[in-house]
Design a protein around this ligand. Sequence first.
Ligand SMILES: [Zn+2]
Length: 408
Amino acid sequence: MTASRSASFEGAIAFAQDLIRIPSLPGEEGELTRRVVAEMEQLGYDEVRTDELGNVVGIVRGGSGPTVMLSAHLDMVAEGDPDEWEYPPFDGVIAEGCLHGRGAMDIKGPLALQTHVAAALRGRTPGDIIVAHPVYEERGGWGMDHLTRPDGGLRPDLVIIGESTQGDIAIGHRGRAEIEIVGTGLAGHASAPDRARNALDLVPPILAGVADLAASQDSDDVLGPASVVATGVDAVPASLNVIPDRVTVTLDWRILPVDTEESLVTRVQDALGPHLRRFDTEDGGGRGAAVEVRMATQLQRAYTGVEEERRILSPGFLMEPGHPFVTAAADAVGKRAGRGPARVRPWVFATDGGWTCGVRGIPTIGFAPGEERYAHTNTERLDLDEARWGYAKYLDLVPAVQQVAVAG
Ligand SMILES: [Zn+2]
């Protein structure tokens, strides 16, 4: 395609303002997607398409060398009460040297920077640049899971995620899983408890098992400890004059990259076992009780109409701090203030890197301007001096990591 607009930092920020003005909750990214596709076409990308979930993929061809994928998600978290915002959440205001609004840094600002950087690098890189902006990152990463699926998905040599790092190089994070422990009894009228088996009787032993589990969490030298905690109890039927026959205890588990769905479920079962034993016998107070441990799921619906029952799982990942991609990236970016390579560290939150690296094994790093503490808040903003620096550094970063892959 012939470019009708040239890539620039100023153009990227104007583009980011437009993106902020288009709300895009998970499953509602359609209008935003059309805007992103239009920008890529105007910037002269060689190929622009969307897939069945509505993910955007743009390609700037660079030759036969290694392929770098730049990625920032299309969706955003809800804005909450607009009156609580200092600047309106969907106006794209520029004031006090910052771009303001929902998505300014998470992640429409960085998305716009990445999208312009790829076009600016046309003819200056040894390999292709894929710019892939997926849907549904804020609800576990269905879009990226699909984009990099083993059968026919994208397979770049390196992924750079545009979640805020404040100019550092991010190399991983813990993941998150939601687990449900479902106990079953026998419903009955509250006036006749002898004829029922109250599922709520299972809650104390379940919580005791969860406490054991929480006390035996592993730790990673870089990412820190995993942690698990019960965050909800739900009984049905909900009528308060009925003895419930089903109770669900939900766990929020911040997991390490080695954890798998199977290992998580097994560990919960093992932790509960000793506490539930008395319910298995005819005498010990119980008259039989069934407890099932499973991954929590949620029916998700893409704006294209595709639906899938998704497990609530954001995988973790961790790159070796000494990996050649990481050191090349840290050298190419450098410290924003002072000399030497950029700081290398994990993120505190989960990203789509859990899919690209943790599950699919594609080397993945993160780099973007913006301070994590503003994410998901009503003071979300992107400092424009830092963004300008980040744009320039991206222009150095992409060819630098492609050179490493050539050498390797
Ligand atoms: Zn984000």
